[in-house]
Design a protein around this ligand. Structure first.
Ligand code: HEM
Length: 402
């Protein structure tokens, strides 16, 4: 994305985009960025745009515009085109109803047990070391481990899923893939497809209580998920639940390290971890952009948006809106309950399907790291680098010692 105030090549912007966001919020509710493209930075407008039924997804059409007419024949694009995230009603409504049936079955306590087991397994590998980069040693492997455990997949395959997820997720980025990246994304899509087709056959023969068996059983009236729908949306869970959660763990740790007066009570009283997660999701969310396209000519905040017009909703900016949050640039655990929850998980019909699981993962991950590694501190906190991306916000590395 290129819009002058938003300059991903500028290290000052990457280190702290929020002063720029504040200026953009003051400039208006819907800012023109390029012909047919607008940016929303205010909380109230972001919320109403995400709920507007006249706005939605146009993944296939926009891929064809960017890459040419044959792009939807590529395995990666064909698979991603079946993702819940990129569908519109009525297909989205049907698919979300069926997926939610399987995804909502496990109780919070059971998810917490499962997440704690995986967090402690990773912690055990760290314990004796004394130093580590938490991004690669904990934050990235942890959400993959949890999803694999939910699906009862072999532990030995986890590094493979981590690698292939990173290759395929590039299809969702705003910047187009180069030929090598496209080839790697295609290989990843074929690998997921092949792996899960075999696994589905095995789970049909011997069903269990895992998420894949639950997806096979999910029904609404006489309607069920097709095999292709299950395979694509199992893959979506890897993609949607990985970078988001991994980067959010880093952003939460970074926010706490930068605010020792808030970190100290969290270390002393693990009951405060939930508040730390909530405030981190507001203060430094890992997803900054949700995109919507106008299905027809619309008026948004009194501004004409023609059919095909693209609106980028900046969730990171909405979460710092002073008209909604008192002292929005302060990280504080005691936010009044009258303030709305942050928009970190989006809104409207695409509100994050994994939000409940994500919160549990963040709470278990933070508790395990902060309480399990006493004396944990960041190395070189002023030298940390942020990824040069806008959709996902996260640290490249987080070196720590204890
Ligand atoms: C801190 C971690 C997470 C954050 C910040 C996050 C954020 C989001 C956001 C902002 C959206 C909406 C995107 C849009 O409207 O364009 C979304 C959708 C979604 N998320 Fe998450 N997410 C997280 C974790 C997860 C996890 C752990 C899973 C599942 C394993 C998950 C599964 C999904 C799915 C399936 C959707 C699509 C929902 C739909 O289109 O109806 N997410 N997420």
């Amino acid at each position: 994305m290129s819009f002058q105030p938003i300059d991903l090549a500028n290290p000052d912007f990457l280190a702290d985009p929020y002063p720029t966001y504040a200026r953009l919020r003051d400039m208006g509710p819907l800012l023109p960025m390029a012909p047919g493209v607008w940016l929303v930075t205010r909380h109230g407008v972001a919320d109403t745009v995400l709920r507007n039924p006249g706005l939605g997804r146009d993944f296939a059409a926009s891929a064809v515009r960017r890459y040419g007419p044959h792009i939807m024949d590529e395995p990666a694009f064909r698979m991603v085109g079946r993702f819940l995230l990129l569908m519109n009603p009525p297909e989205h409504t049907r698919l979300r109803t069926l997926l939610s049936k399987a995804f909502g079955v496990k109780q919070a306590a059971e998810l917490r047990r499962l997440a704690m087991t995986e967090a402690e397994r990773l912690l055990a590998k760290l314990k004796g070391r004394g130093t580590a980069d938490l991004v690669s040693a904990f934050n990235y492997p942890f959400p993959i481990a949890v999803i694999c455990a939910l699906m009862n997949l072999s532990q030995a395959d986890r590094p493979l899923f981590e690698r292939e997820t990173r290759a395929l997720v590039k299809v969702l980025e705003i910047t187009p893939l180069n030929p090598e990246e496209l080839a790697a994304a295609n290989r990843a899509a074929e690998l997921f497809e092949d792996y899960f087709r075999h696994l589905l056959a095995a789970r049909r023969r011997a069903p269990g209580a895992d998420l894949i068996s639950l997806l096979l059983r999910a029904e609404e009236g006489t309607d069920r998920l097709s095999e292709d729908e299950i395979i694509a949306n199992i893959t979506l869970l890897f993609l949607a639940g990985h970078e988001t959660t991994a980067n959010m763990l880093g952003n939460a740790l970074w926010s706490l390290f930068r605010h020792p007066a808030e970190l100290a009570p969290v270390r002393a009283d693990p009951e405060l971890i939930g508040a730390a997660v909530d405030e981190s999701l507001r203060y430094e969310p890992s997803v900054h952009i949700a995109a919507r396209t106008a299905f027809r000519d619309l008026s948004v905040e009194g501004i004409a948006v023609p059919a095909g017009g693209l609106i980028y909703v900046n969730l990171g900016a909405a979460n710092r809106d002073a008209s909604v949050y008192a002292e929005p640039d302060r990280f504080r655990l005691d936010r009044p309950s009258s303030e709305p929850k942050a928009l970190a998980f989006g809104g409207g019909i695409h509100y994050c399907l994994g939000a409940r699981l994500a919160r549990i993962e963040l709470e278990c991950g933070l508790a395990t790291i902060l309480l399990g590694l006493p004396g944990l501190r960041p190395e070189n906190p002023d030298g940390l680098r942020w990824k040069p991306t806008l959709t996902i916000r996260g640290l490249e590395t987080l070196p720590v010692s204890w």
